[in-house]
Ligand binder design. Structure first.
Ligand SMILES: Cc1ncc(COP(=O)(O)O)c(C=O)c1O
Length: 528
């Protein structure tokens, strides 16, 4: 059961509710559903919504899954949460449940977008442009005065429009496949400031990277041999960084841990000499310009970044002691973790991360590269689903939605927690209950959330999985012949499509020229 902070009495709560209701009556009269092209007729002004947001901020439906399934009315729970709210900072205030009980992305009511698109376009991903911009800014401000490259890790989210946006805001790109490289070129990234990573780059991908003049990370002996061969074939000198495996435990889920001795990534320092000798023998093909290491993803301790930098500087010193004076890039890998739980956990800021390593770099003539993905885009996106129905098996209750492990695999893959909220108020008068939120995919691992306390949603209404900007759409699949969802971007009171959803016809494209495909079977009436 949620506990009421003792310092607030019930009368104060009632007064707060009244005040909120008054603010709501004054302010939330407008539909914030104007699309990019149908500019904000009747949309709330940005200023007014901000004011309302400051006074009427409510946490998400089901933010704290503490209420038991027996007993609490939705309105009671919300009231308690309002009191508790000051202790809980919303890490992405661009996504909030408004005082009207609807989920907003910036100034747009998510349900209005759902209604505009129609049920066949569901589920879809929805992003906040101002959140992405704020996330990039946080790293830029932290790095002020330093020679540094923020290399956006494209694997986190490879939407072309998002890539263009972060490029326009000053980021470089970090790539892990030939197709990411092609896409980065299309997005207009300066390839000379782009890093090509990977423990299993194919010779063809390496040739592409050499031609594009990317910085290339060397991950193994065979990788270096392939780079040398490609450079010779292409008649170009490859600029390489040695990816070091520093054997530091990042204290994260084993599937996103990459810097341990047992990991498949990087080279151990006891092998360093072999690599340096090989590079020395092939100076016409390759120039050693830096070192790289990536401990893992979702890291929330800046001490780990510090320890990594100390280790890497020792490696640089060893390299220069062996006569290499061309090392100018120190690449420290991915960025910070994010607050998926949204229970007010203190997550370090980019400023704290950079402050932890800045003193180590003083007096060193190095360009720092950091490769954030999750912390640039993770809290800037949500997956918006529709409720198909609610069912009960014995004591267990399920909300079955049209989104699944095909569109968002993190819960199934890592047991990852992402907060889930309804996009509109639940059925009036019904009690909150504990549900597993599951999809239609034919697997028992197909769940988006377990044991979440939520109001009862009506069939056809919306449900959003928060913090789905990173490693969600980019890991989506066509399992069960599901199409990849569309993606939309909100900016202020406008929204636009930034990637069309796939169609049935797209799933059949591999059969083109192999079988006759009747046109009428391919029709798909969804609006985008
Ligand atoms: C080499 C490398 N760099 C950068 C990243 C991005 O990490 P994050 O999204 O945690 O910032 C990853 C992701 O695991 C990675 O493998």
């Amino acid at each position: 059961m949620p506990t009421l902070p003792t310092r607030y009495n019930v009368r104060f709560i009632a007064a707060l509710d009244l005040l909120r209701a008054a603010m709501f009556a004054v302010g939330v009269y407008a539909k914030a559903s104007a699309s990019w092209l149908r500019l904000g007729s009747g949309a709330c002004s940005r200023r007014r919504r901000r004011t309302i947001g400051a006074w009427c901020r409510r946490p998400f439906h089901g933010v704290e899954s503490r209420a038991s399934s027996s007993g609490l009315q939705a309105s009671q729970l919300l009231r308690m949460q309002v009191v508790a709210a000051p202790a809980v900072q919303n890490p992405a205030p661009q996504f909030e449940v408004g005082s009207d009980g609807f989920l907003y992305c910036e100034e747009v009511r998510v349900k209005d977008i759902q209604d505009a698109l129609g049920p066949e376009a569901s589920p879809f991903y929805l992003y906040s442009q101002s959140r992405i911009e704020a996330n990039v800014r946080a790293y830029q401000e932290a790095l002020a005065g330093m020679d540094a490259i923020i290399g956006y890790a494209v694997k986190a989210n490879n939407n072309l429009m998002i890539m263009q946006l972060v490029r326009e805001r000053g980021c470089g790109a970090v790539l892990v496949s030939g197709n990411e490289l092609r896409l980065a070129r299309l997005a207009g990234f300066d390839m000379r400031r782009t890093v090509f990573n990977g423990n299993g780059k194919t010779p063809q991908e390496i040739a592409l990277a050499v031609r594009a003049e990317c910085l290339i990370n060397v991950d193994s002996e065979f990788d270096l041999e392939n780079i040398l061969a490609a450079a010779k074939r292409e008649g170009r000198k490859a600029r390489v960084l040695l990816r070091i495996n520093p054997d530091i435990d990042p204290q994260v889920h084993p599937y996103v841990s990459t810097g341990l001795a047992t990991s498949k990534f990087g080279i151990r320092t006891d092998q360093l000499r072999w690599f340096l000798d090989r590079i020395r023998q092939n100076e016409a093909q390759v120039e050693l310009v830096g070192v790289h290491s990536h401990l893992g993803s979702t890291i929330k301790k800046v001490e780990l970044f510090h320890d990594n930098v100390v280790t890497m500087l020792q490696v640089i010193d060893e390299i220069s002691a062996r006569g290499f004076h061309s090392v100018r890039f120190l690449n420290i890998g991915g960025g910070l973790g994010i607050d998926y739980e949204r229970k007010g956990e203190r997550i370090p800021t980019p400023q704290e991360l950079i402050d932890a390593i800045r003193p180590c770099l003083a007096g060193r003539d190095l360009t720092l590269i950091i490769e954030p993905g999750r912390s640039l885009i993770g809290n800037a996106g949500i997956l918006v689903c529709r409720v198909i129905g609610v069912k009960r098996n014995g004591d267990k209750r399920f909300i079955v939605v049209d989104g699944s492990m095909a569109e968002l695999i993190r819960p199934a893959l890592y047991g990852a927690y992402q907060l889930i909220t309804l996009t509109e108020p639940g059925v009036a008068g019904e009690q909150m209950a504990t549900y597993d939120i599951v999809g239609p995919v034919c697997e028992s691992s197909d769940f988006l959330g377990k044991a979440r306390v939520l109001p009862l949603p009506a069939p056809g209404t919306g449900l959003a999985v928060m913090d789905s900007g990173a490693y969600c759409m980019s890991m989506a699949s066509n399992y069960n012949m599901k199409v990849l969802p569309g993606e939309l971007m909100v900016q202020g009171n406008r929204w636009r499509i930034i990637r069309q959803r796939q169609r049935f016809a797209d799933l059949l494209s591999g059969y083109r020229d192999l079988v006759a495909l009747p046109d009428d079977d391919l029709e798909d009436s969804a609006t985008f």
